[in-house]
Design a protein around this ligand. Structure first.
Ligand SMILES: C[S@@+](CC[C@H](N)C(=O)[O-])C[C@H]1O[C@@H](n2cnc3c(N)ncnc32)[C@H](O)[C@@H]1O
Ligand SMILES: [Zn+2]
Length: 318
């Protein structure tokens, strides 16, 4: 199987329905990955349409470029694939020379292909280096550097804040103690340290004991939450009136940011709550389509376990 087929797009039908694409639309896939969503979008857009795909991962971009070209569509839209971080969406869209966009999709996190490549260091299920950089060409901070250099307080802070791990401070202490006697270089070593730090009685609940700490390290390495806020803000500004934004998130920290960002653009009034009427005059710029997020069906989760934690939120620009 080639890598592109190991990645099954999540909530595909739901995204296509919610994006409400028309043949002439300009669509941005902010997390192109293996073009699981974009290859279907490409079939909807016509030759007056534009598909802009962004990813910071070179491997994903190269694969998607081949995929999109091989579609050999009769009325193919203009494709533009851009290597970069969606935190820099303004610069990326300026370089694509589009005046505005009609739809944008964020399918957050890492692709199954990235997770399934142990040398990238994202997985706790197989042994590999502690890397976790989504863009190794540009980023210097790795998970290993965090493990080697952050003090116990900072390790505790990131593990707790980015994963809700109850045992954050014990894990941090165990890491600090372990690194006094050996270099912690592999995911296997780190998993053993985390297992030792979490009492056996607590280890049975909540999935793999290393899952949360690995998530926290990945968020720290890639500044994922900061970048997400920047990307969403820019995306909403670039939307044309009636344009739609759809975001698939995979954990509660991401979902909270999406929900709060949509809410703040849907209610721009910044007056103190005790003022009887609005004095600031700031107008809402967004209508929220999904008061509650759209979730995958049990059948989809059965087919693609990675969809399990997915939540799709959608909004329309006024
Ligand atoms: C879940 S995958 C997307 C999968 C895609 N929708 C598909 O079905 O093939 C997320 C992709 O977004 C990329 N990515 C994550 N964060 C990014 C960021 N801040 N900027 C650019 N790309 C990012 C990852 O490299 C990965 O390829
Ligand atoms: Zn107001």
């Amino acid at each position: 199987m080639t890598s592109e087929y190991r990645h099954i797009p999540v909530l595909l039908a739901e995204c296509l329905e919610q994006l409400a694409l028309q043949t002439h639309h300009t669509f941005v896939d902010a997390t192109l990955g293996f073009a699981g969503h974009s290859r279907e979008v490409a079939k909807i857009l016509g030759e007056e349409g534009t598909l802009i795909g962004i990813d910071q991962d070179e491997v994903a971009l190269a694969s998607s470029s081949a995929t999109l070209e091989s579609l050999s569509l009769g009325n193919a839209p203009r494709f533009e694939l851009l290597r970069g971080n969606f935190g820099d969406l303004d610069e990326l869209l300026v370089s694509a020379e589009v005046p505005g966009i009609d739809a944008i999709l964020f399918d957050l996190g890492v692709s199954s292909v990235q997770i399934d490549t142990p040398s990238r260091g994202f997985t706790f299920k197989e042994n590999g280096p502690l890397d976790m950089r989504m863009d190794p060409g540009k980023q210097t901070l790795t998970a290993q550097e965090i493990i080697e250099t952050y003090n116990a307080a900072d390790l505790t802070r990131i593990i707790r804040a980015y994963s809700d791990e109850k045992w954050a401070s014990r894990i941090a202490d165990f890491i600090v103690r372990a690194r006094e006697t050996e270099r912690i270089e592999t995911s296997e070593q780190l998993v053993e340290i985390i297992k030792a730090a979490i009492p056996a009685s607590a280890r049975r609940a909540g999935g793999h004991p290393a899952k949360r700490t690995f998530q926290a390290l990945r968020i720290e390495v890639n500044s994922e939450l900061t970048v997400l806020r920047q990307g969403l803000d820019a995306a909403i500004r670039w939307l044309n009136p009636g344009g739609r934004i759809a975001v698939i998130s995979y954990h509660s920290l991401e979902d909270r940011i999406v929900k709060d960002t949509f809410a703040s653009f849907a209610n721009r009034c910044t007056c103190p709550p005790d003022l009887p009427v609005c004095m600031c005059g700031k107008q809402p710029v967004l209508d929220i389509v999904t008061r509650k997020p759209i979730l995958p069906t049990p059948e989809e989760i059965e087919r693609n376990p990675r969809a399990r934690s997915a939540k799709l939120r959608v909004a329309v620009k006024r």
